[in-house]
Design a protein around this ligand. Structure first.
Ligand code: SUG
Length: 443
């Protein structure tokens, strides 16, 4: 079974245009955001999956702005002057330290289930996210989260993030797909990197995942090398805005859905994948969408490949897609074909995730999928697991504390900081999340 951990959107969700190579983030830079809508939209998705009988958990938002990061960057004094001075002198630094980007939980870590690791433990490597300042601060926070809530060392191995250096740039599960034979016990891991540490001809956007990072994770997680395919992302796709592989490919079980321009030398990747899976009892269903049916531009706009594939307790596979996919005629056409043709997909549900989508985060970005056994799930700290009570508590909490509207200029207002601190203080008390937060006392 799969436990999905979704990032609970924090009260500082705004459109900072902070993510190079992410078209939606650039397009919406400076727009008014609604932190309340963003958090409620994410919560409804979590609730819907819980309601379908799937294990669901939350990753609480970290405290923002990250004052210790601002202090590290030379701003000093109590919170209000730090915020005002940084807004005046280096607004891009304040924006980075205010980012609610931890909502995109697919980037929080890479997971290897215990069934696939030679030491039979579930491995977690929090991503260092060192390609961008606003995301890099999540690495330590994710590490703390996983160490706290997956703390049974006999079952889980929570590694530290990889060294924060370009050669090990790591963006987590967004560049990783695990496929397996639903009726047998064979599996294969696709690790997708963009940066091969070689001189590249000039590109529009940088690749975010480094090959050395993927290789280090494979070693740390004790995955047998014969169960791995290392694949290079197609720079054409990166340059069109596929900043993570999960913008152009998605897989679950024996089903792989991908755009024809997702990988370098894709025909040979597909050949290898077919060879490696030819003995599966349920054959690999590889569905390649070509450029004529759905251009890369439209795929990146509609986020079809960032849909979340889920397997219901009944065994059915369904797709959790963003509304933008339903509104795009060419994407809808592909979805209809997937449903009509002989694929494992039996239904599609559309969700309004617009607040996150406008920053380039679709259904799959918002969650980290953890293949887990019953015994392991019982060892996960239940405070982070969704329940009727947690859903109601979170909904009230969001409605009470989150702003309806937030602009970039609002970040300069120290009142926003105290609102967020009070909100998270209350959340921490409600859910007993003390280990996650260090509330400053010097005000
Ligand atoms: O890293 N957007 C995120 C979106 C991450 C989506 N995740 C996956 N594809 N798995 C990013 O580009 C935008 C923040 C801003 O501009 O305010 C941002 O960071």
């Amino acid at each position: 079974m799969i436990l999905n951990l979704d990032g609970l959107v924090g009260p500082s969700h705004f459109y900072g245009g902070l993510a190079l190579g992410n078209i939606a983030s650039s397009l919406h830079k400076g727009d008014l955001s609604s932190p309340k809508q963003a958090a409620l939209q994410g919560l409804e998705k979590m609730w819907a999956l819980h309601d379908l009988g799937l294990p669901q958990g939350i990753i609480p938002p970290p405290l923002r702005p990250n004052l210790s990061r601002l202090q590290q960057l030379g701003f000093s004094g109590p919170p209000a002057p730090i915020i005002q001075q940084s807004y005046r002198e280096a607004p891009e630094l304040l924006a980075a330290c205010y980012s609610a980007s931890s909502m995109w939980a697919a980037n929080s870590a890479t997971i290897t289930p215990s069934s696939d690791a030679t030491d039979h433990r579930l491995h977690i490597t929090p991503a260092n996210l060192n390609s961008a300042l606003h995301r890099s601060q999540e690495a330590e926070e994710s590490f703390r989260y996983f160490r706290t809530y997956f703390n049974d060392n006999t079952l889980f191995h929570c590694h530290s993030p990889l060294p924060s250096q370009r050669s090990f740039a790591d963006e987590g599960a967004a560049n990783h797909i695990r496929l397996h034979d639903p009726t047998g016990d064979d599996f294969i891991h696709l690790f997708v990197y963009g940066d091969n540490n070689t001189e590249t001809p000039s590109t529009a956007y940088p690749a975010r995942q480094n090959r050395l990072a993927s290789e280090a994770i494979i070693r740390r997680h004790n995955i047998p090398v014969e169960k791995v395919l290392l694949i290079q992302q197609n720079q054409i796709a990166i340059d069109k805005g596929a900043f993570h592989n999960d913008v152009v490919a998605v897989g679950l079980g024996n089903f792989l859905l991908l755009h024809e321009l997702a990988f370098v030398d894709q025909a040979s990747v597909i050949k290898q994948l077919r060879q490696r899976t030819q003995h599966w009892q349920q054959p690999l269903c590889l569905y390649q969408v070509n450029q004529k049916e759905l251009s890369l531009e439209e795929a990146i706009h509609s986020y079809l490949f960032n849909s979340q594939l889920i397997s219901l307790p009944s065994g059915q596979t369904i797709m959790i897609a963003p509304l933008e996919s339903q509104k795009s005629p060419s994407t809808l056409h592909v979805i209809q074909r997937l449903l009509e043709e002989n694929t494992p997909l039996s239904d599609v549900r559309y969700f309004d995730l617009r607040q996150s989508m406008n920053n380039g985060g679709g259904p799959a970005c918002l969650r980290l999928a953890i293949p887990i056994t019953e015994k392991e799930l019982a060892a996960v700290d239940s405070r982070i697991l969704m329940s009727d009570a947690l859903y109601t508590t979170l909904k009230h909490w969001i409605n009470r504390h989150y702003r309806d509207r937030l602009s970039f200029q609002d970040l300069a207002d120290p009142l926003l900081y105290s609102e967020i601190r009070d909100a998270l203080f209350e959340l921490s008390n409600l859910l007993h999340l003390e280990p996650l937060y260090a509330f400053p006392s010097n005000e």
